[in-house]
Design a protein around this ligand. Sequence first.
Ligand SMILES: Nc1ncnc2c1ncn2[C@@H]1O[C@H](COP(=O)(O)OP(=O)(O)OP(=O)(O)O)[C@@H](O)[C@H]1O
Ligand SMILES: [Mg+2]
Length: 263
Amino acid sequence: MSKKSPNILCEPASRPPRMSSASLMAKDRRVDAAARQLEARGVSKSYRKGSVVVPVLQDLDVAVQEGEFLAIVGQSGSGKSTLLHLLGTLDAPDQGEIWFEGRRIDNLPRAQQEELRNRRFGMIFQFYHLLPELTTLENVLSPLMIAEGVGSYLRRRRGHRETALKLLEMVGLSHRLKHKPRELSGGEMQRAAIARSLVANPSLLLADEPTGNLDQSTGQEILALLRTLNERAKLTIVMVTHDPVLADQADRIVRLARGRIET
Ligand SMILES: Nc1ncnc2c1ncn2[C@@H]1O[C@H](COP(=O)(O)OP(=O)(O)OP(=O)(O)O)[C@@H](O)[C@H]1O
Ligand SMILES: [Mg+2]
């Protein structure tokens, strides 16, 4: 049986009304835990360099609602990437908890965290992290190859290929299927990375400076693509950026400073 198409390839969904920060924060206090798709609760994280401990996050709380496009801003070194890695289970907090869809995830066994990352989270990074030896199409398919193993992947490959081709069409890369990453422009690489992040039909996209390595107009195009994904599929997006112009296009902006989300 072929794989279900990602929601993003389906018809536009109706969008929840845009909320101001103030009204959302007021709502946050009352909102029950079920409405919070992703949450960091009392999270602290330090790095140790020899005998020096560098505190980065300190008793930080943040909640992301389903279908929300949240921008996290803050100065360089404020801990934005650290927070995104903790939210995505790429790293573990020293203290505190990460919750996703009503379940604590920071303490899950590694295999279950990998499953979550493969199936439920999409991730995109400033430097794309495409596999250099694979073509654009193969890169987009790679999470499915990894998640399913060879046997299962091969049985479903026709459906998978169809999905990948549709996603690549959606991001405007149908003419670059056989190119290797080094033969793509920065914007094209990021669009390939976005298609890859969506191939397993995630419900949440974590984006770390997705436009940080692109010129302004290409960055704006990528942002518009993310916005469309959020609006059409109600894909929840958490985007880290230091660019206020880009952040302003999210539903809500929170600022990370002194190890916490400033209110
Ligand atoms: N593996 C590590 N070992 C030691 N220190 C680290 C490590 N990773 C990050 N840091 C330190 O933690 C702090 C926060 O880093 P982080 O990468 O989260 O910041 P950021 O807000 O994403 O910055 P930027 O906007 O420059 O990407 C920085 O001071 C950094 O030097
Ligand atoms: Mg960073």
